[in-house]
Design a protein around this ligand. Structure first.
Ligand code: PBG
Length: 326
C-alpha cells in the first residue's frame, strides 16, 4: 500500500459507499433489560440511583412487560428487592420469594419474553455478600449448594435462563448437574464468567439496598489489574456447561470482550452496568454532549468488540435510537 495510489478516503467518499462496507449491526433483539422487582402491590417506585428506572411490584411488572414488548424488547433479567434479609441465604431458596413469583406471573401472561434470572445472594443477605460467610469470607462450596437449590426454584418457576453472578468456582457444574437431575436439562445457564470487582456497580447496590461499606468482594470477584485471569474463568465455565457467558462491566473492558471472542467459540453477553448507565445518563441534558449519538456509538463499540448481546439499562431508549440512526 502506498500513497498516492492508495487513497483510503475514496472508500468513505459518500454515504452509499460507507453504508456498503459497514459490518457492525445493532438491533433491539440484542438488548436485555434489567428489571427490579419488589414486594407489595401497585408499586412503581423511582430508583434514585438509576434515573428513569423503577422498582415494580409483580402486578405493575406485568404492565411494564406489556410496554417493553410494544417497544421491541423481548428479553429481561430480573433482580429482587426485599426487606426480608438474613445471612443463611434461606430467603432466596423459597418458592415464595419475590423473583420466583415474578417469573411465574410473567410466564402466565407472556409466551414471548425470554426471562433470565440473576442467581446470587447479595440482594438477600444482611451482610451484603454473595453467599454463605464463614470466618470472614464467602465459603465456596457451601455457597454452591445454596446456588444449586436456588437455581432449581428459579427453573421450576419458569426461568428460561439461570445467570449465576456470584463468582464461586465450580458453580456452573453443580447447577447444571442439579438442573439435569430435576428434569430441567433445557434450562440454559449464562454465568457471569468474567466479573471484575468494580466500582461501577454502586448504583445497583443502592437500588437493591446492599450496604457496601462493610466489605469488599475482592476474594471472589476478579482483579481488573490482571489481564490474563479471564482466560481460565471462561475455560472453566465452558467446560462445566455454560451456554453463553456474561462479561461485566462492559465499557472499560472492551479489550477483554474482544480477546474472549478471539479465544472461545461461545456467545458473549456484555453487561453495561449501572455505573456506566449513570455516567452516560447524567449527561442527558448537557448541551455540550450529544447524548443519543454518543450512546449509540458506545453500544456499537460493544458489538464491534464481539458482544452478541448487551444487558443494559439503556435498552428501552436504544430501541428508539436504533430506529433513528440505523
Ligand atoms: C449480583 C449482581 C450485581 C450486579 C449484577 N448482579 C451486584 C454486584 O455484584 O455487586 C451489578 C449490576 C449493575 O451494576 O448493574 N451479584
Amino acid at each position: 500500500m502506498r500513497y498516492p495510489t492508495t487513497r483510503l478516503r475514496r472508500l468513505r467518499k459518500n454515504e452509499l459507499l460507507r453504508n456498503m462496507f459497514e459490518d457492525v449491526k445493532i438491533s433491539s433483539n440484542d438488548f436485555i433489560l434489567p428489571i427490579f422487582v419488589c414486594e407489595g402491590k401497585k408499586i412503581k417506585r423511582k430508583i434514585k440511583s438509576l434515573n428513569g428506572h423503577y422498582e415494580y411490584s409483580v402486578d405493575e411488572l406485568i404492565k411494564h412487560c406489556e410496554y417493553i414488548k410494544n417497544v421491541g424488547i423481548s428479553s429481561v433479567i430480573l433482580f429482587g428487592i426485599t426487606r426480608k434479609k438474613n445471612d443463611d441465604c434461606s430467603t432466596s431458596i423459597s418458592e415464595k420469594a419475590i423473583i420466583p413469583r415474578a417469573i411465574k406471573e410473567i410466564k402466565k401472561n407472556f409466551n414471548d419474553i425470554l426471562v433470565i434470572a440473576d442467581l446470587c445472594n447479595c440482594e438477600y443477605t444482611k451482610n451484603g455478600h454473595c453467599g454463605i460467610v464463614i470466618n470472614g469470607d464467602v465459603h465456596n462450596d457451601k455457597t454452591n449448594e445454596v446456588l444449586a437449590k436456588q437455581a432449581i426454584v428459579l427453573a421450576k418457576s419458569g426461568a428460561d435462563v439461570i445467570a449465576p453472578s456470584d463468582m464461586m468456582d465450580g458453580r456452573v457444574k453443580i447447577i447444571r448437574k442439579k438442573l439435569d437431575q430435576n428434569g430441567f436439562e433445557n434450562t440454559l445457564i449464562f454465568p457471569y464468567s468474567i466479573k471484575y470487582a468494580s466500582s461501577f456497580y454502586s448504583p445497583f447496590r443502592e437500588a437493591t439496598n446492599i450496604s457496601v461499606s462493610k466489605f469488599d468482594r475482592k476474594t471472589y470477584q476478579m482483579n481488573y489489574k490482571n489481564s490474563e485471569n479471564f482466560i481460565n474463568e471462561v475455560k472453566l465455565d465452558i467446560n462445566e456447561g455454560a451456554d453463553a457467558i456474561i462479561i461485566k462491566p462492559a465499557l472499560c473492558f472492551m479489550d477483554i470482550i474482544w480477546r474472549t471472542k478471539q479465544l472461545y467459540n461461545i456467545p458473549i453477553i456484555s453487561y453495561n452496568v449501572s455505573g456506566e448507565y449513570l455516567l452516560m445518563n447524567s449527561n442527558i441534558s448537557n448541551k455540550y454532549f450529544d447524548y443519543e449519538k454518543s450512546l449509540y456509538e458506545a453500544m456499537i463499540g460493544l458489538k464491534r468488540a464481539g458482544s452478541n448481546a448487551i444487558i443494559s439499562y439503556h435498552s428501552i431508549e436504544m430501541t428508539k435510537i436504533i430506529s433513528k440512526y440505523d
